[in-house]
Write a protein that binds this ligand. Structure first.
Ligand code: BGC
Length: 392
């Protein structure tokens, strides 16, 4: 009984446009792939663009009451200033199809991929980016706003900044601290402007961002090192939330694994269980999610949504256990008053896992990439049971 989740808890699953739709030719990631920077090319992906009804049938079967998806800016505005009515009307059909099944729509405006023209012309390090992104947001609100229940303006801006502007191993492939700093300022500004604009148009809609968070365990946690963890976490997990300040209605968390820091080599390892069990070599650390949620609650006292959490494995039984363990961690945090309003498993479908391509299997639903046939895994039914009982 005590493991019951609140009555109106959002049970969901998540995808992002580029990873499932297929044929997003006008995007910066498409060009990145052509340069040979990814293991596979995304190609037709899962063909969600054409098969979304079939996928929504599966969502209904899973019993979720919400679904997180993203819009592909490069489809909506394939050329600067030219907005595609066709793309808008297709996205509208997708969202309406979800609503008619009583599935709430959690819509991300920007999940990693950008229109090629934007990336060439300015990208985030130039100040025009703010105006371009805000104009895109305004058009989306105008055409699709009535069908959006919760808006995520940006998925993991910090990760894009680190990898795209410092490490250079994701688009736009820069290694430049000045560009990093400028891009960061523009992202913050763009988010704030979108918040103000979208709030005016639809005041009841919750708006925020979602951020990839890790918990850091400093080996042995002697006192001064606990203090160090605090500094690292402040910078790593929370600075973007801090900078957007009051321009957010909720805290969106993507959580996968924890990190252990040592005083001797190897300096960084995965916290907890056996990273070798997972295809990404990420350790399974359910305590971490409890800690992160409590930390977020303590800091912001705002509703929390777990907008991504999942595991890539060959052995699906690990996935079922993972879901149970992590949900238990979330429940523990809720029992300590954290106001968690929803959980979205990543990912609903197997999909294009960026540089790692198609071998990585995060899905509750397996995709046969030859036939594009969909097949729910056992963990799909395990998650369905939890949703049905509203309880672990
Ligand atoms: C991203 C997803 C990605 C997942 C697994 C998340 O941080 O938002 O796009 O597939 O991690 O790597």
């Amino acid at each position: 009984m005590e493991n019951k989740f609140p009555k109106d808890f959002l049970w969901g699953a998540a995808i992002s446009s580029y990873q499932v739709e297929g044929d997003n030719l006008n995007s910066d990631w498409w060009e990145w792939e052509q340069k040979g920077k990814t293991k596979d090319k995304s190609g037709i992906a899962c063909d969600y663009w054409n098969r979304y009804k079939q996928d929504h049938d599966l969502l209904e079967q899973l019993g979720v009451n919400s679904f997180r998806l993203s819009l592909e800016w490069s489809r909506i505005e394939p050329e600067e200033g030219k907005f595609s009515d066709k793309a808008f009307s297709h996205y509208r059909d997708i969202l309406i199809d979800l609503k008619r099944r009583n599935i709430k729509t959690v819509v991300t405006l920007w999940h990693y991929t950008l229109p090629l023209w934007f990336s060439k012309k300015c990208n985030w390090n130039k100040s025009e980016s703010v105006g371009y992104f805000t104009r895109y947001c305004e058009k989306v609100m105008d055409k699709l706003g009535s069908e959006i229940d919760l808006l995520v303006t940006m998925n993991e801006p910090r990760l894009v900044l680190n990898r795209g502007y410092l490490l250079g191993n994701r688009p736009p492939g820069k290694r430049n601290p000045v560009s990093f700093f400028l891009a960061r300022c523009h992202m913050v500004k763009a988010h704030r402007e979108c918040y103000i604009l979208a709030k005016k148009i639809k005041p009841e809609m919750l708006i925020g961002i979602t951020q990839y968070c890790n918990d850091f365990d400093f080996f042995g946690r002697p006192k001064f090192i606990g203090w160090l963890a605090e500094i690292v976490e402040n910078f790593y997990n929370w600075y973007f939330f801090d900078e957007i300040g009051k321009f957010q209605d909720y805290i969106g968390i993507n959580y996968y694994y924890g990190v252990e820091i040592h005083l001797w080599p190897p300096f960084i390892t995965m916290r907890k269980e056996r990273p070798e069990l997972t295809q990404m070599k990420w350790g399974i650390c359910a305590e971490g999610i409890e800690e992160i949620v409590l930390d977020a609650w303590k800091r912001y006292k705002k509703p929390i949504f777990i907008l991504e959490n999942g595991v890539a494995v060959g052995n699906d039984e690990i996935r079922s256990n993972f879901i149970n363990k992590y949900l238990n961690g979330i429940k523990q945090a809720m029992e300590q008053q954290a106001d968690v309003r929803g959980y979205f498993y990543w990912s609903f479908l197997d999909n294009f896992e960026w540089e790692s391509g198609y071998d990585i299997k995060f899905g509750l639903v397996e995709i046969d990439y030859k036939t594009l046939e969909r097949k729910p895994r056992k963990s799909f039914y395990e998650y369905k049971k939890i949703i049905q009982n509203n309880c672990l």
